[in-house]
Ligand binder design. Sequence first.
Ligand code: GAL
Length: 810
Amino acid sequence: MLKQKVVLIASLLVALYFSASAQRKQITLHNGWKFSKGNFIDAAKPNFNDGKWKDVTVPHDWAISGPFDKEIDKQVTAITQNGETKATEKTGRTGALPYIGEGWYRNHLSLPDLKANQKVLLQIDGAMSEPRVYLNGKQVGQWNYGYNYFYIDITNDLKSKDNVLAIQLKNMPKSSRWYPGAGLYRNVHLIIKDEKSIDQWGVTITTPVVEKGFAKVNVKTKLSGSNLRLVNQVLDSLGKEVAVDTAKSFFGQEADQNLQVLQPKLWSPESPYLYTLVSKVYAGNELKDVVKTRFGIRTISFKAAQGFSLNGKVRKFKGVCLHHDLGPLGAAINVAALRRQLTILKDMGCDAIRSSHNMPSPEQLELCDEMGFMFLAESFDEWAKAKVENGYHLYFNTDAEKDIINLVQANKNHPSIVMWSSGNEVPDQFGAEGVKRAKWLQEIFHREDPTRPVTVGMDQVKATMQSGFGALLDIPGLNYRVHLYEDANKAFPQGFILGSETASTVSSRGVYKFPVVKAKDKQYDDFQSSSYDLEYCSWSNLPDDDFVMQDDKPWVIGEFVWTGFDYLGEPTPYDNSWPSRSSYFGISDLAGLPKDRYYLYRSRWNKTQSTLHLLPHWNWENRVGETTPVFVYTSYDSAELFLNGKSLGIRKKDKSSPQNRYRLMWMDVKYEPGTLKVVAFDAQGKPVAEEKITTAGKADRIVLTPDRKEISADGKDISFVTVSVVDKDGNLCPTSNQQLSFEVSGGGKFKAVCNGDATSLESFEKPTMKLFSGKLVVLVESGTAAGKIKLKVTGGKLRAAQTEIITAKN
Ligand code: GAL
C-alpha cells in the first residue's frame, strides 16, 4: 500500500515536473533596454560600452519626445493623390518629430537555463524601421517593413550565458505620408519551447460549418518532431471543455482535425464570444508543448444584391480608419490607450476598424476580438510605384509576398478580421502591370487564407473600371468618389461596393467659423477648421453624402470613415502651414476627446442609446446680435430650440438635402448670451429628452475626470484624466486656453499630456500645457506597487484640482 503511494506520488511529481518544463515560455522583453540614436559602428559587439545610453522600456518611440521642428522631413512636393499639380513646401507632413536617422537598442538577455532539446525564437511585433538584429555580435535576422511581425530562430546563436541582443533601426527622410514613429514601438518576445513542439503561428482554426445546433471546427496544426501525439481541446469562455480530439493521422508535419461544438455561441460585435483551443503535444507520455489560441465561431459572406452578412444577418460596416499612432504616446503601443480608443468608438456605435495603411498591432486585434469590432487588416500604402521617394516601393518586389505571409499567418485566428486589404490608393491602379500586381497579391492572400476576401482602397475609380483592376478584387473598395458609386457598381461584377475610405471632413474641437457655409479645402488664419462639420477636402465629401449612399443603396456594404481619431502628420488642409503638425480629420481629436462630429455618427450608429447634442458653444462675446447657427446631432427625428426660454421653432429631418436629412439646423439664430436649450420629440411628437448649453462666466476652477479610477499596478497601465475649466456654476469655459501644470505623486508617474490642438508645439512629455477649447487630457501611468497615485493640476488664479487613482495588483 505504502509502496503504491510512493510510486504514485513519485509519478505525480514527474508528471508535474514534465508539465512545468514542457510549458513553452513567452518572455516579453519590456525592461533592461539601452537606447541611443546615432550611427555606432561597434554597437552590435557584445562588449560595446553602452553605459552612457538611455535606459528605456519597450515599446518605445524615440521621436515622440520631440521637439517639433519645421525642418524635419520638410518635403517640397506636389501630393498628386490630393490632386496637386504644383510642388509646395510641406511642413509637418510626417509630424515634424525627429524620427529620421539611425537608432540602436541593446539588451543583455537573462534566459533561464536552457536544455539541449529546447529552441528559442525571437519575435518582433514591429520595429520602425528596417530592423537588423544582432546576437552576440552576429547578425541573425532582418526585416525591412517597419509595420510587420517576424520571428527568428536564435537557438544556435545563443551562448549559455551573457547573451547580448542589439537591434539597429533606420528611418529615411521622405519615407512616409504620416508620422511613422521610430524604434522598437511594439513588443519584442522570446519564445522558449521544446524542439518537439508546435511551430510558431502553426495553429490554424477555421469554422467551415456553422449551424444552429453545432459548428464544425477545423484545426490544422504544424508540428516539428516525429512520433508525436496531438490533443486539441476546445474550451468555452468559462474554461469548460466543449470538444476534444486526438489527431488520428498526420499529413507530413501537419495534423488536420475536425471537432464539433454543440450549441455554439457565435462571435459578433454585439456579442463577442470567444472560445479557446488548447493544443497539447506529447512524445510518449511526456507533455512537450501547450499552445492556447483564442478563436470565435462566426460566418461571413459577401454576395451580390445582398451585400455583407455576419452569421447570416445582413449588416453594413459602421467603420473608421485608424493610423497606428496613439497621439501623445506616439507609435509606442499601449493596451490602455488602445482600449480607451475602442471604448470611445464603441459608445459611438462603431463596429469596424480599418488599420490604414498597414499591419495592426497584435494587441489591437486581441482587443477587437474581446470588445467586438470587425477588422479590415491592411498591408500596404505603396506597391511598386512610389508615393513618397523612400516608401515601400523600394521593397515591394522582394518583400511583398513574405510581408503578406506574416500578416496572415500571425493573425488568421482572430475572429475580428473579416477581410484583408492588399493596398491603399496605390499608383499602380494605372497600367497593365498594376492589374497583374493586384491579382498576384490577392492570390497570395487566398493561398495563405482561403476563408477571407481581399479588397483594395481605390481612388482611381475610372481607371480601375476600365483596366479590370476593380473587377478582379473580391471586394471593390472605393475611397471617396460617392458620385462614382453607381457607375462603379454597374461596371464591377461583384454586385456590391465598400466605402473603404469615406468623408475626410476636417474640424478642430470646439472651434467654429462664420459664416457657416459648406466649403472645400477651406483655410483660416489660425490654421484651425470649423466644427460645424461643413468643411472637407476637394477629393472628398461631407459625412451626410455617405449616409445617403449607405441608407439608400442596398449594394453599398458599409463605410470606413477617415478617421476615428486625429493622428500625427498629414495636417490637411494646412499641409503648407507651419506649425500645423497633426491631422484635422478625426471624429475625435489627438487627445481622444470627441469633436462634435462624434455625435453625428453616434446619432446614426448607436442603436441602443439615444443621442442629443447641441453645437456650437455659447460664449460669443463679440457676436451679440449676429447670426450664429445652431446644429443638433440627434437620433430623434425632430426637436425644438429655445434661446433664453424663447422658442426658435421646431426642425424635423427631411430629405430636401443631405444635411437636412441627418442634422437639425437653425441657420438664423441671433446670438445673445444665456441658455440654449433643445427639446427632442419622439415619433408621436412627445417631448422625450433635452440638452442645454449656458454661456460660461469667468473661469473659476479646474475639474478632473479620469476615464478609470483604478488601474493595474503593472507599470504600463494608464488613466486618462480629462482636465477642464469651469465657471463658478460648473459651466465649461469653452474658449479657455489657460496654461496648466501637472504634478503626479505616489505610486505612478506623469506620462504625457495632449490638448488636441493640431498647431501646438508644446511637448507631450513636459508637465505643462495650454488648454485647447477649455480642455486637455493628462496621462497618468501606474508604477509596479499597489497603492495610490495623486494628480494635482494648477493654473494661475484658477482653483486647483486633485484626483486620486488607485493602482492594484491583478
Ligand atoms: C486618402 C488616403 C489617406 C489620407 C486621406 C486624407 O486619399 O488614403 O491616407 O491621405 O486621403 O483625406
